[in-house]
Write a protein that binds this ligand. Structure first.
Ligand SMILES: O=C(NC/C=C/[C@H]1O[C@@H](n2ccc(=O)cc2)[C@H](O)[C@@H]1O)c1cc([N+](=O)[O-])cc(O)c1O
Ligand SMILES: [Mg+2]
Length: 214
């Protein structure tokens, strides 16, 4: 039977990237998605904005909602200081199989914990299961209609502290109107928009950075 796109993406990583070199994994995926098959990675243009937010914040505890093939997982983890941890949630077991291999190929698996399941099931368990008090950074890149309910759930579970940064992908395309309205109008957030383009295309898209004020 025909291979899947994530399987072909992983093959491109193994063929063109150097084991243990996260940048080469990122470049191999971007090349594959730009010249072979589009895939829903945050991509190189929005990825640079993600990099700058991570580098400025220097987070110890990061949560990623939506691993997919692990592209943004590698982008974030490669910038984390020693001892920092990234927990990434992936719902689709087939994607998780690919992402684990991409993360391993990049050589950053000791900073990453990939957890399989639904965000609404795992968010309430972060404290008792992973010993997490609060997150310093959350990268939202999963199902767009889950951004808002999961944000309210993280608030309710006390996983956000004064200064926690939420960084949301796709706030224009495909768009997350209810989430955007919430973080831009809530007195609990200071929000700003980083205009960019949908990965590997000329369509507009961007990232919304929202600082939780407590
Ligand atoms: O739809 C998009 N993303 C949905 C991502 C969903 C991912 O999150 C996981 N998940 C993990 C945990 C959960 O609880 C639920 C799902 C899913 O199993 C999937 O791996 C999207 C679409 C476009 N686009 O141009 O069409 C561009 C983008 O950048 C996008 O991110
Ligand atoms: Mg996305």
């Amino acid at each position: 039977t025909r291979s899947t796109r994530p399987q072909r993406l992983l093959k491109a990583v193994k063929q063109h990237a150097t084991r243990g070199d996260p940048q080469s994994v990122i470049s191999a995926i971007d090349h594959f998605c730009r010249h072979r098959e589009w895939a829903m990675n945050v991509g190189d243009e929005k990825g640079c904005i993600l990099d700058s937010v991570v580098s400025e914040l220097n987070p110890e505890k990061v949560l990623e909602l939506g691993t997919y093939c692990g592209y943004s997982t590698v982008r974030i983890a490669r910038l984390l200081p020693p001892g920092a941890r990234l927990i990434t949630l992936e719902f689709n077991p087939d994607y998780a199989v690919i992402a684990r291999q991409v993360i391993a190929w990049a050589g950053i698996e000791d900073k990453v914990q990939l957890v399989e399941g639904a965000s609404e099931d795992w968010i309430p368990r972060m404290k008792e299961h992973f010993g997490i008090e609060t997150f310093d950074l959350v990268f939202l890149d999963h199902w767009k209609d889950h951004y808002l309910p999961d944000t309210k759930l993280m608030e309710g579970c006390g996983l956000l502290r004064k200064g926690t940064v939420l960084l949301a992908d796709n706030v224009i395309c495909p768009g997350v109107p209810d989430y955007l309205e919430y973080v831009r109008n809530s007195r609990s957030y200071k929000s700003c928009y980083f205009k960019s383009h949908l990965e590997y295309t000329r369509a507009e898209d961007g990232l919304e950075k929202s600082v939780f004020l407590g």
